[in-house]
Design a protein around this ligand. Structure first.
Ligand SMILES: [Fe+2]
Length: 313
């Protein structure tokens, strides 16, 4: 395995997959230096997914580590297995330690995440990165339960040229409510939630500050493409979701207790692989780094003016 020493305290090992690296030797329960945080940010830009092994983090320590990267995002739900509003317990176990039945809303919510998505795409400014910590994981030999990741820079680059041209000006409609409609037994949105997260649209082609392009779609927050007939847009959406599922873009993470996995929501998609929720308990804790601005596409003013000024030079 290729290994690059970035500081005395930790090493970054590429997973030699389409995305992902493992970081060993870092103790995230302690304050990190600004150089370390910058090294983690740079590594996330390169690898899209970072797995910090063997961590022991209280809720406060996870929040503190996340805050060192930047501002945290709040979650819009009113009722979930939660403590602080910036922490989401991705668990089939209640805060009191009770193994929840599969019919519990808090468990069904997690099945919405079995579709490819990027976190909080339903916001005007979607999340930068998510940090998911494995507190209770399944036994080594249990089937399923991995988290899948797909590299959206590679997925965009691999599109046929005619499809790249077709999606260049298009936007997808993202709605938090879409996930609720996927399971009839989930409660409708409250007025509080509706006001907190109204539907938004984002370009299908995301242009990053460094000029890279990536696909920006989700399968859990909608399937409508603005400006197209509904059936035609949904067919295009299906085609793109099939495309991002191709193994050459993907890495599936098998969880070990103490893993803290960080992913870049701007350039990757992820999904929760199904597992036997009635048989196995599982507890993950998530914190989320807020995005730094709206999703820019090829025709966004900032991108067009950047292109014009670089032409003029
Ligand atoms: Fe997610």
């Amino acid at each position: 395995m290729q290994q690059a020493e970035t500081a005395e305290l930790f090493a970054i090992n590429s997973l030699h997959a389409p995305l992902g690296a493992e970081i060993v030797g870092a103790d995230l329960s302690r304050p990190q230096g600004s150089k370390q945080i910058q090294a983690f940010r740079d590594a996330l830009d390169v690898y899209g997914v970072l797995c910090f092994r063997d961590q022991t983090l209280t809720e406060q320590q996870q929040i503190a580590f996340t805050e060192q990267w930047g501002p945290l995002e709040d979650f819009p739900e009113e009722n979930k297995t939660v403590a602080a509003s910036t922490v989401y317990n991705v668990a089939n176990v209640s805060a009191q330690g009770e193994h929840l039945p599969e019919t519990d809303h808090r468990v069904i919510f997690q099945r919405v995440n079995a579709q490819w998505h990027t976190d909080s795409s339903y916001r005007y400014v979607p999340a930068y990165a998510s940090l998911l910590y494995g507190i209770e994981v399944m036994p080594e030999d249990a089937l399923g339960g991995r988290t899948g990741f797909s590299n959206m820079v590679l997925a965009y680059e691999a599109l046929p040229e005619n499809l790249k041209a077709r999606i260049e000006p298009l936007h997808m409609v993202h709605s938090y409510e879409h996930g609720r409609r996927m399971f009839a037994s989930l409660p409708p949105l409250s007025n509080y939630e509706k006001n907190a997260v109204p539907p938004v649209s984002h370009p299908l082609v995301r242009v990053h500050p460094d000029g890279r392009r990536s696909l920006f779609i989700t399968a859990n927050a909608g399937n409508e493409i603005s400006g197209m007939p509904l059936d035609e847009g949904q067919a295009l959406h299906r085609e793109l979701v099939e495309h991002v599922s191709r193994p050459e873009f993907c890495y599936f993470h098998k969880w070990k207790k103490g893993d803290l996995v960080v992913w870049d929501n701007r350039t990757t998609l992820h999904k929760a692989e199904v597992y036997d929720m009635a048989r196995y308990r599982r507890v993950f804790r998530r914190t989320t780094l807020a995005g730094e601005g709206p999703v820019l596409g090829p025709y966004s003013t900032a991108v067009v003016s950047r292109a014009k000024s670089s032409h003029a030079k």
